[in-house]
Unconditional design. Structure first.
Length: 531
């Protein structure tokens, strides 16, 4: 079979030895590449397939870089991925022309088929924008040449197949190209089709639907109010729930909560599947906050939970529970928000004991966005002393030890607040027969100090701290924009965090405020060129 390579129109395809990559003729954040999940969902929606093709799962994995998988800094195209795209495009094209239902949507009446009309309509959806006259002519000519490439197919099927597999290798399919150059206040406003793509990939992780395409065509997405209205519709769709699940899954590293080992002699009720259940409970909890107008504070305060029989035992709940997840309210004396959920507690524990060090590190990094420097190596022969877990940890990392500067002042104080939770996240009333001490104090980076008696008090104080609102807003904005934040973004982030702390913004309102703002709708211009 003749292989059709990537067609670059307005972009440069650079070949360096064995490395083949797309390089935009401008700043890279104008051309965010589709993630593998977005490629798969876009192909499915583009052809109205009943199920994903599964091809993206065979693509060369993207490197781990940053917190979120949609960060454009990690989304390059290597020679291996280029070959994967080529193979994927050919496979999809072959599948579509042999799938009666899919082909009929593209060619409903072969006797009245118009190749230019097909190229124009399919190109609009594949490239998420109208094709230029030059592009229409180019693809129409390609259509006409198809019988020599696929001599076993009739002329129409051959043309459709060749156009599909070529367009699916185009940078305009593989990237969300933002080429608008119209000047405006504060930068270059994105055109309606570019905004439509930003919205659809943010909320649904796939291409725009017909309603978004019409909004782009009519000019409805040229105003802040129009964008906000469109975003509100997308936000209320179940597909948006999946996107915010992805956000929370990555922001709070919930992927690490599964496949946990515990000592089954100490915890006979434990089985490995419980870790996955803890993940699901946390994601349902966070999804409920987002979709029911909850705010950032609720992440650390809400006692609503979703439990099945296994989780109900860990939480000490009475009643009848089965395999399904039921909504419950947890005990206000011991539970408050994410940091008292079994998943966080079990992940940050050993086979038998709580792990205050990792509980403290997790909270500093993922809830407060406070970096923790690598600690000095603790000598292997250092002996822990004391009766309780806290005393033993403090004996090797507390005041007067080599870990005093970091552990004693930043990590341990938070971790010790959770000592009344055992290694699977259940409440415990003593440690090795001795009373449990959960009281401590924590000093923020700016020198402010808080004191608390237990994890519930700590959660309440953290929920009222600027650092928590700033950390969540920073992560949310980074996920929404698909890139690291610049100085201007951080000014916007700080404003949102301040309003959230004051109780003026729900998470949903933060999201809608961002998409209606210039941060989302306008591309900044610097002295070095467009961004």
């Amino acid at each position: 079979m003749q292989r059709i390579g990537l067609i670059a129109i307005g972009l440069v395809v650079v070949a360096c030895g064995n490395d083949v990559r797309h390089e935009p003729a401008g700043m890279s954040d104008r051309f965010p590449r589709l993630t593998h999940a977005q490629w798969e969902a876009t192909v499915q929606d583009l052809f109205h397939l009943q199920a994903p093709t599964g091809l993206a799962s065979t693509f060369q994995p993207d490197p781990q870089l940053g917190r979120f998988d949609n960060n454009i800094a990690r989304l390059s195209v290597s020679s291996g991925l280029w070959r994967d795209y080529q193979r994927g495009a050919e496979g999809v094209a072959a599948q579509v022309v042999t799938d009666t239902a899919a082909y009929a949507l593209l060619v409903p009446d072969p006797s009245a088929f118009d190749r230019r009309q097909f190229v124009t309509s399919f190109g609009l959806h594949a490239f998420r924008r109208p094709l230029t006259d030059t592009e229409i002519e180019r693809y129409a000519g390609l259509f006409d040449s198809a019988p020599s490439t696929f001599p076993d197919l009739d002329a129409t099927k051959a043309g459709v197949r060749l156009v599909i597999q070529t367009m699916l290798q185009s940078p305009f399919f593989l990237y969300r190209a933002e080429l608008s150059t119209k000047p405006g206040q504060g930068g270059q406003p994105l055109n309606g089709y570019e905004v439509a793509s930003r919205l659809s990939y943010l909320f649904w992780n796939t291409m725009p639907d017909d309603q978004l395409f019409e909004a782009a065509r009519s000019g409805a997405l040229d105003t802040a109010d129009g964008v906000r209205d469109a975003a509100a519709r997308l936000f209320d769709d179940p597909r948006a729930h999946d996107q915010f699940r992805r956000f929370h899954f990555q922001a709070f590293k919930i992927g690490e909560w599964a496949d946990l080992d515990k000592n089954t002699t100490a915890f006979p009720q434990w089985r490995r599947e419980v870790g996955t259940m803890m993940q699901e409970e946390a994601l349902r909890f966070l999804d409920d906050i987002v979709t029911h107008d909850g705010g950032i504070s609720d992440v650390l305060l809400s006692r609503k939970a979703y439990v099945n029989a296994d989780l109900a035992k860990i939480y000490g709940l009475s009643g009848t529970f089965g395999d399904d997840y039921q909504e419950v309210q947890l005990d206000s004396a011991t539970r408050a928000g994410l940091l008292t959920r079994a998943g966080f507690l079990a992940r940050n524990a050993t086979l038998t004991d709580p792990d205050p060090i990792h509980r403290g590190v997790y909270t500093n990094i993922n809830v407060l966005c406070r970096p923790i420097t690598a600690p000095p190596k603790i000598p292997d022969n250092l002996m822990r002393t004391g009766n309780t877990n806290r005393e033993k940890v403090d004996s090797i990392t507390g005041e007067g030890t080599c870990g005093e500067n970091c552990h004693h002042t930043i990590i341990n104080p938070i971790g010790f607040a959770f000592e009344n939770f055992d290694a699977i996240g259940a409440v415990r009333t003593n440690d090795n027969g001795f009373p449990i001490d959960t009281a401590d104090h924590y000093t923020f980076a700016d020198g402010r100090e808080i004191k608390y008696a237990n994890a519930v008090e700590l959660s309440k104080l953290l929920a009222a701290s600027p650092e928590v609102h700033r950390c969540y807003a920073n992560n949310l904005l980074e996920f929404m924009l698909g890139r690291d934040l610049d100085h201007t973004d951080k000014v916007v982030m700080q404003k949102l965090a301040d309003e959230s702390l004051a109780g003026q913004l729900s998470i949903k309102e933060i999201v809608l405020s961002v998409v209606a703002s210039n941060t989302f709708r306008v591309r900044a211009v610097t002295s070095g060129g467009a961004q």
